[in-house]
Design a protein around this ligand. Structure first.
Ligand code: RIB
Ligand code: CA
Length: 343
């Protein structure tokens, strides 16, 4: 069977536990040629997002059964476009103190002769000091154009800065798959707003209407993509590491939603970029509430019949409203077999 053409891909993220799982899926998927990982202020401050991105990529690279070139990781925006500060009140209870659960928590040195459980990888292998994320986004958009897929799974600040740098570059990419927003579901950062959009509504408004083909993977579908914690039981050292990674997230899910599992918001965006048929979309205009009232950060999607009619002057977004969650979870778990120590 002819080898499927790889999709040159950039992931923009704020690692974050589900961001780390999204990167694990992307690195284990032959469909994606992961060219760069840009990081942004969100679940954790920008400098931690950058450090976490370097650690996650390096750690995953150490466990891939078939080594592959690892993407460089870049530092990104430290503050939202509209100024202000990100409200991380619940982020720590979801993602843990360092944003990655207990995966790299420093462990006391082992007794002599016992294996060192401190998994801290050599993050310098992939660190790219000096080049700022929005510059990387513009440069890859310009050089790859419609061949490039951008998967944005954190606040959209870096992408908005890239649009400001070079609007035509972003408008010319193949696809931008955004994990963010909600058309009908309540928010998770406020009653009306999803976290990534709530962090930087001005950036989301700019990106949603920048002219690029956008798919919005919002809470309407991600809330149905829950990995039961039983799926992470057993296995080898790598699966044990994933249990440590998701520990705070599962604790939060149990306490707040009575769900014994981890919601795979970000991995679903990666899967949708690889297999668009996993989600069912409506083509709608998406506006973002940027005022300072109680609805700040809400994605306003007109779902009335006929609202999707093509009107040339307004941008349209493919808004995911349906998902085949069983097929997605099968894909996610099957790809993790690419890591030594998963089984
Ligand atoms: O609302 C879910 C999103 O917010 C995910 O990207 C998660 O990582 C957090 O950033
Ligand atoms: Ca994220």
């Amino acid at each position: 069977m002819a080898k499927k053409k790889q999709i040159p891909t950039l992931i923009d993220c704020d690692p974050g536990i589900d961001d780390a799982l999204a990167i694990a899926l992307a690195l284990a998927s032959p469909e994606l040629d992961l060219r760069a990982i840009t990081t942004v202020n969100g679940n954790v401050p920008a400098r931690w997002a950058y450090r976490n991105g370097c650690r996650v990529v390096s750690f995953l690279g150490m466990h891939l059964r078939s080594p592959r070139p690892l993407p460089a990781v870049y530092p990104g925006a430290g503050r939202p476009l509209g100024g202000g500060r990100v409200d991380r009140k619940i982020s720590v209870s979801i993602h843990g103190e360092d944003g990655l659960g207990d995966l790299f928590r420093k462990r006391k040195p082992p007794a002599p002769g016992l294996p060192n459980k401190n998994r801290l990888p050599d993050e310098s292998r992939v660190a790219s000091q000096g080049i700022e994320s929005s510059q990387v986004i513009v440069s890859l958009s310009r050089s790859l154009g419609s061949a490039l897929s951008i998967i944005a799974i954190g606040p959209l600040t870096n992408l908005a800065l890239a649009v400001r740098r070079d609007r035509m570059a972003l408008a010319g990419v193949g696809r931008i798959v955004v994990m963010g927003g909600a058309a009908q579901m309540p928010g998770n950062a406020s009653s009306t707003a999803e976290f990534n959009v709530h962090c930087d509504p001005e950036a989301a408004e700019l990106v949603m209407n920048c002219g690029a083909p956008i798919t919005m993977i919002g809470l309407d579908v991600t809330r149905r993509a829950v990995l039961p914690s039983r799926s992470l039981r057993g296995g080898g050292e790598f699966r044990g590491a994933l249990r440590d990674l998701v520990r705070p997230y599962i604790g939060f899910s149990k306490r707040r939603r009575g769900v014994d599992g981890v919601t795979l918001h970000d991995p679903l965006a990666v899967a949708a970029a690889m297999e668009p048929g996993l989600v069912g979309c409506l083509r709608r205009k998406v506006s973002v509430e940027c005022g300072n009232g109680p609805a700040r950060g809400m994605t306003v999607v007109d779902l009335r019949p006929g609202a999707g009619a093509p009107v040339s002057h307004t941008r349209r977004v493919e808004v995911a409203m349906e998902v085949d969650e069983k097929r997605f979870l099968r894909l996610f778990l099957s790809r993790l077999r690419a890591y030594r120590g998963w089984s």
